[in-house]
Design a protein around this ligand. Structure first.
Ligand code: ASP
Length: 443
């Protein structure tokens, strides 16, 4: 099958991944130049006008795929596993690993932030601290109760991913229980899954333009001056995110699944670029799923469950941001968090990451909740607001990498990873022409 992350086999044309990376680089250059020019005409019509339009259309096209793709691939996955016990094992293993990686991520972030100590001696003069109201902390029980939808159509329509996953798994189990009679339905779902993946291919063709527009817009709007007052926060946060991305996750992948992290990272690069450009784990689900199945070699039965599940409940990068931001703001306000404070931050960040979906900026909303719990002023958010979009982009790339690492570890444990695909550098790099409409198609 053609692939979202398609590379050409012929060699004369540039690979799609390459094009997307060039688009990203160009987007940064154009955005920085536009920011320096700061023309109100260009800002209105090009940045907030044309670029915003292209970027929104592209992200909408990705989001349009998420619910139907998850539904059909997960139905195929559940019926493909065929054994409810295996399903339970995949579910509990991935849940435990997702929680463990998030807790590990935030612990490392807290330690690093405490060692570096960003925010000590911070000068608050000239900073506007507008009114920001805090989000309510979710109760553990409430988070779990909300997994069961009252109305599945509503859950699908509003994209409540945990509810969509729950309903689809139940439906898949019921289909399995009906045995032989379900065969035509299962085949239809497999077929629809392939149709969805074809639409992913089509949307991907627009990816270089979409990525360019999103990145150029962000950089045109984000001046470098925003970063200077909070440089210590940015540096600490990026360092913690990189430690997770380049040390913690690769070590887990190597020790728990015996997979080569360098090969893995190269294969996940398209999904990381999409996460970076869209700042949304949810919108990136189609690309993460495709990279995991067609490039890494994870069986669809595992990826169809673990990838959307991870995009919803696993946010390592977001937890890291919350850890660093809490320590930074505690230093700014000269408040001592104490051991209990740190433990509260860890617990709240893990809970918040389960209870909220992977969409842009949600991490900041969750941060208000964490700050409230440890008694820090919520207005502190205003200090880091200016740099949050760029930080969101980086942490979302970390979030989806964590999803794919856990998915691969679970798949390896279940014997559901095709090592030939993993070891084949060209896997998932089929000719781009595959997504063309064949001449006989409408005959
Ligand atoms: N944008 C992040 C995600 O979608 C969540 C956040 O940190 O705001 O994964």
């Amino acid at each position: 099958m053609a692939d979202a992350t398609t590379e050409t086999s012929g060699g004369s044309q540039m690979s799609l991944t390459m094009k997307i990376m060039i688009a990203m680089g160009l987007g940064i250059v154009v955005g920085v130049i536009l920011n320096a020019i700061d023309s109100s005409f260009l800002n209105t019509h090009l940045v907030a006008g044309f670029f915003a339009m292209i970027g929104t259309m592209f992200v909408n096209a990705l989001k349009m795929l998420v619910v139907p793709l998850v539904f059909f691939s997960l139905l195929g996955g559940v019926t493909g596993i065929g054994d409810i016990r295996v399903l339970g094992r995949v579910g509990s293993k991935s849940f435990a690993l997702y929680i463990a990686t998030t807790a590990l991520a935030i612990t490392v972030a807290l330690v690093l932030a405490t060692l570096i100590g960003p925010g000590r001696g911070f000068d608050m003069t000239g900073l506007e601290t507008s009114d920001i109201s805090g989000a309510e902390a979710p109760s553990v029980w409430g988070v779990f109760a909300a997994i069961v939808p009252t109305n599945p159509i509503q859950a699908f329509a509003s994209g409540e991913m945990l509810q969509v996953i729950f309903y689809t798994v139940i439906l898949g189990i019921a289909v399995l229980m009906l045995g032989g009679r379900s065969k035509p339905f299962i085949e239809a779902c497999d077929y629809m899954n392939e149709v969805m993946m074809k639409i992913v291919d089509l949307v991907m063709r627009a990816a270089p333009y979409g990525v360019f527009a999103l990145i150029a817009k962000t950089f045109a709007e984000q001046g470098i001056s925003l970063f200077l007052p909070v440089m210590a926060y940015v540096v600490t946060l990026v360092a913690a995110l990189f430690i997770h991305l380049f040390i913690t996750l690769p070590t887990m992948l190597k020790t728990l699944a015996g997979l080569n992290p360098l090969v893995f990272m190269k294969k996940m690069r398209p999904a990381q670029i999409f996460a970076f450009s869209t700042a949304s784990s949810n919108a990136t689900i189609p690309v993460t799923y495709q990279c995991a199945t067609e490039r890494v070699g994870v069986d669809k039965s595992v990826a169809s469950f673990c990838i959307p599940f991870g995009a919803t409940i696993n946010m390592d990068g977001t937890a890291i941001m919350q850890g660093v931001a809490t320590v930074f703001l505690a230093n700014v306000y000269g408040i001592d968090l104490g051991l209990m404070g740190y433990i509260t931050v860890i617990g709240m960040a893990v809970l918040a990451s389960i209870g909220t979906a992977g969409v842009p900026g949600v991490g900041l909303v969750m941060l208000t909740m964490v700050l409230g719990q440890v008694g820090l002023p919520i207005e502190g958010i205003a200090i880091i607001l200016g740099v949050d979009r760029l930080m969101d982009m980086i942490r979302t790339a970390v979030n989806i990498t964590g999803d794919a690492v856990v998915t691969s570890i679970v798949a390896k444990g279940e014997g559901k990873i095709d090592l030939d695909v993993f070891n084949d550098p060209n896997a998932g790099m089929v000719g781009e022409g595959d997504a063309e409409l064949p001449h006989h198609a409408i005959a």
